[in-house]
Write a protein that binds this ligand. Structure first.
Ligand code: SAH
Length: 393
C-alpha cells in the first residue's frame, strides 16, 4: 500500500529514522489495516521507505527497509532474527548467564517485536496487532535458526482476542513453573505463563552485578519498588541485610521464593508490603538510615492517595531517599521512562540535592546493556537510565 508523507519528514526517514508517525502522513481517507506493508512516498512521488502499519503508543508502525527492491516475507524475518542471534554470540558465558534479550525491536531491524531467551525457552513480545500479523513468519524463523525447546508470547496490545486468550504458550516443550534461569551465577525463578510479566527485568543485569560486586558487602540496603526482589537477592548474596518494599501483595511470596532458590534465609531479610511513600515517612520519623537505597519506580503509579509520575515526581522521590541514606552512602536511582534522557535525569539529581545540605558524586552510570541493541537513529530507544549517587558526608 502506498502512503504519501510530507516532504519535511521524508529527509528523516531517508536517514534511517525507524518510527512511522501518523503526523508524517499526508491526510488520506483510506483506512490502513494493521499488519499492512506500507510504502512511504514523498510529495513528489519518490519512494522513501517500506515498513509495516501497527499502532503502538509510540507511533503507527516501523520502517523495515529503505530498499524498494526488498520484499517483506519469510526470508526477511529469518535473516533479521539470524543476524540478531549472531550478534549475541560470545556476549554471555552460558554457564553463568542464560537469560538475555535475543532480539531488541528496531535495534535489530524490526520495531514492535522483542524476543527474550530464558534458559532454552523463547519469549516473543508483540507490541501491536500489526506486528502480530507476521506471527507465522517470525515463529517459523525462530524455529529454523535456533534450537527451540519451547516458545511463549506476550501481547502488549489491546484486541478482542487478547481478552479471550489467557495462555501464552505457543509451541514446543512447556517450560517448568518456575523456570529457573541464571544471571551471573545467581538463580532466578521466572514464570513464562503467569500474567503479563515473567518476574525478572533483564535490562538491569549490569546494575545488579555492580551492586553485588562493589556496593553491597556488609551493607544495609533499602530496595524500594522491589517487585520480586531481584536487587535484594544480589545484595543479600554479597552479604547485605536487605529491606524490600513494594505495594503489591504478591511481592512478599515472590521475593521469598527468589531468596530461597539462592540459599538465602529470608527470615533474616525484611520484606514489607506497603506504599513506598508511606514507608519513607515512617523511616524518616524513626530516623532509620541505610547504606544503600534503591529507587526503581514504574513510570506512572497510582496509589490510594497520590499519583506518581517519573517526569513530575522523581525529584521528591530522590529527596525522600536522601533523607534515609547514611552520609557517605549510596542511592541507586533508576528509571525506564523514555520521555527524557540521562542528562535530564541527572538534572533531577542535582535539583534534589540542592534542597539539602549534602553534596553528592555520581559513581556509576548505566544505560541499556549490550544485548538490548539500540538503533543509531533512534536513541530514545535506549530508555534505561541508572545512576549510583554517593551522598556526601
Ligand atoms: N525494581 C524491580 C522492578 C520494579 S517494577 C526489579 O528490579 O525487579 C515496579 C514495582 O513498583 C511493582 O512491583 C509495583 O507493585 C511497585 N509499586 C508501584 N507503586 C508503588 C508504591 N506507591 N509503593 C510501593 N510499590 C509500588
Amino acid at each position: 500500500m502506498k502512503i504519501h508523507i510530507k516532504n519535511k519528514y521524508a529527509q528523516k526517514y531517508k536517514k534511517g529514522y525507524p518510527l512511522i508517525e501518523k503526523k508524517a502522513f499526508v491526510a488520506q481517507n483510506t483506512k490502513i489495516e494493521e499488519g499492512s506493508i506500507i510504502d512511504l512516498y514523498d510529495e513528489q512521488d519518490h519512494f522513501v521507505a517500506r515498513g509495516y502499519y501497527g499502532i503502538q503508543n509510540k507511533g503507527h508502525g516501523w520502517v523495515l527497509t529503505l530498499n524498494p527492491q526488498e520484499t517483506i516475507h519469510f526470508e526477511f524475518f529469518k535473516e533479521k532474527i539470524g543476524t540478531a542471534i549472531q550478534k549475541r554470540v560470545g556476549l554471555f558465558d552460558e554457564s553463568l548467564t542464560n537469560a538475555y534479550r535475543l532480539f531488541n525491536g528496531e535495534g535489530d531491524g524490526i520495531g514492535g517485536l522483542t524476543i527474550d531467551f530464558y534458559n532454552g525457552f523463547y519469549l516473543v513480545t508483540w507490541y501491536s496487532l500489526g506486528i502480530y500479523a507476521f506471527k507465522e513468519f517470525i515463529i517459523e524463523s525462530l524455529e529454523k535458526v535456533t534450537n527451540v525447546s519451547g516458545i511463549y508470547e506476550k501481547k502488549r496490545f489491546k484486541s478482542a482476542t487478547q481478552m479471550q486468550e489467557t495462555k501464552d504458550y505457543v509451541l514446543g516443550e512447556k517450560a517448568p513453573e518456575p523456570l529457573i534461569v541464571k544471571e551471573n551465577g545467581v538463580n532466578f525463578a521466572t514464570y513464562l505463563d503467569d500474567g503479563p510479566m515473567v518476574g525478572f527485568f533483564l535490562d538491569q543485569r549490569d546494575v545488579r552485578k555492580t551492586l553485588m560486586d562493589k556496593y553491597a558487602s556488609g551493607k544495609t540496603v533499602l530496595n524500594t519498588f522491589s517487585y520480586t526482589g531481584a536487587f535484594s537477592v544480589f545484595a543479600a548474596l554479597a552479604g547485605a541485610k536487605t529491606t524490600s518494599v513494594d505495594l503489591a501483595n504478591r511481592s512478599l511470596a515472590k521475593t521469598q521464593e527468589q531468596f530461597s532458590i539462592n540459599g538465602i534465609d529470608s527470615s533474616r531479610q525484611t520484606i514489607i508490603v506497603e506504599d513506598v511513600f508511606k514507608y519513607f515517612k515512617y523511616a524518616t520519623r524513626k530516623h532509620l538510615l541505610f547504606d544503600v537505597v534503591i529507587l526503581d519506580p514504574p513510570s506512572f503509579a497510582r496509589s490510594k492517595k497520590k499519583t506518581f509520575s517519573v517526569a513530575n515526581n522523581y525529584v521528591e522521590l530522590l529527596q525522600d531517599a536522601i533523607a534515609v541514606t547514611k552520609p557517605g552512602g549510596m542511592i541507586i536511582a533508576s528509571t525506564n521512562y523514555s520521555g527524557f534522557n540521562m542528562k535530564k535525569f541527572q538534572r533531577f539529581v542535582a535539583a534534589a540535592f540542592k534542597t539539602t545540605p549534602y553534596t553528592y558524586r555520581i559513581r556509576e552510570e548505566f544505560l541499556l546493556p549490550d544485548d538490548f541493541l539500540v538503533h543509531s537513529e533512534f536513541p530514545e530507544g535506549n530508555y534505561l537510565k541508572v545512576v549510583f549517587i554517593e551522598k556526601g558526608k
